[in-house]
Design a protein around this ligand. Structure first.
Ligand code: FBP
Length: 259
């Protein structure tokens, strides 16, 4: 996989994923009356028409994306990336561990084009996640779907260095060596340093992480910097669906990705 298979969540070689697993990771505290409804998120994807995939945990995929819903609304135009692991936000400040909750087979049953898995790089539990991830990579590739690794530096060994060039490049290299097709990584603050992150990832394609809601100008600057550095695209959540103009922001990001 890696080459041809990656195209299932790419358009003209670029990717733009809409992430909506924050209700799981942070609780509904991230949401308001509108965006607490998964259909609101699907509507953003539909109205903007710019995303190459959507990220859900199993329960939401089952109830809002399932094959019937997908056919009615998107005619298979919005590939699903099913998040296989996750943890709650109740353990902030500890050495994070996120374990597999659902399977590659279930992802395929739900019509997924890919699976996602978070590895907390630098955490004292990183080995457990790496081992689980390896098995997932092998299985997903055998069964013909792509693997997106959320590579997030976390824990006391990397504290304060979560966005530093060398730590993020280490995370991107790890994604390559573990067999991920895509690595979702935090931005390092400037295009030059992110270029090293992208280089370190080799044939693994880099998607920049969104993060907490920031000023639109800064967000677009980061997208520009990461694309200039050779990133394949972005995976974004809060910066789109927490915006007062989500469709507009999504389109502006897409303009940069496909420019
Ligand atoms: P955002 O663009 O909203 O940051 O979404 C990306 C994401 O990776 C989600 O998939 C996930 O729920 C969240 O960020 C995790 O954020 P954190 O690790 O900072 O709690």
């Amino acid at each position: 996989m890696g080459g041809v298979g990656s195209n299932s969540i790419l358009r003209d070689g670029k990717g733009f994923l809409l992430a909506y697993d924050q209700g799981f990771e942070h609780g509904p505290t991230d949401f308001n009356e509108e965006n607490v409804d998964p259909n609101f998120i699907l509507d953003i994807a539909k109205k903007s028409g710019v995303f190459t995939g959507i990220v859900f945990q199993e329960g939401i995929a089952e109830k809002y994306y399932g094959k019937d819903v997908q056919q009615e609304t998107f005619n298979n135009q919005l590939p699903l990336v099913l998040k296989l692991n996750g943890k709650t936000g109740f353990h902030k400040g500890e050495e994070p561990l996120s374990l597999q909750l659902t399977s590659v087979d279930r992802a395929i049953e739900l019509g997924s084009a890919g699976v996602g898995y978070t590895i907390y790089v630098g955490s004292e539990h990183e080995e457990t996640m790496m081992k689980e991830f390896r098995g997932i990579c092998d299985e997903a590739h055998k069964k013909g779907i792509v693997v997106v690794a959320w590579m997030y530096p976390r824990g006391r060994h990397v504290e304060g260095k979560e966005n530093s060039r060398d730590v993020v490049a280490y995370a991107s290299r790890l994604a390559l060596e573990l067999g991920a097709d895509f690595a979702k990584l935090p931005y390092t603050g400037d295009s030059e340093s992110f270029e090293w992150v992208v280089k370190s990832a080799g044939k693994t394609k880099v998607l920049m992480q969104g993060g907490t809601r920031k000023d639109d100008g800064l967000l677009l600057e980061e997208v520009t910097g990461s694309m200039k550095a050779g990133a394949t695209g972005m995976a974004v959540g809060r910066n789109v669906w927490q915006s007062g103009e989500p469709v507009n922001v999504a389109k502006k990001i897409a303009e940069i990705i496909w420019s």
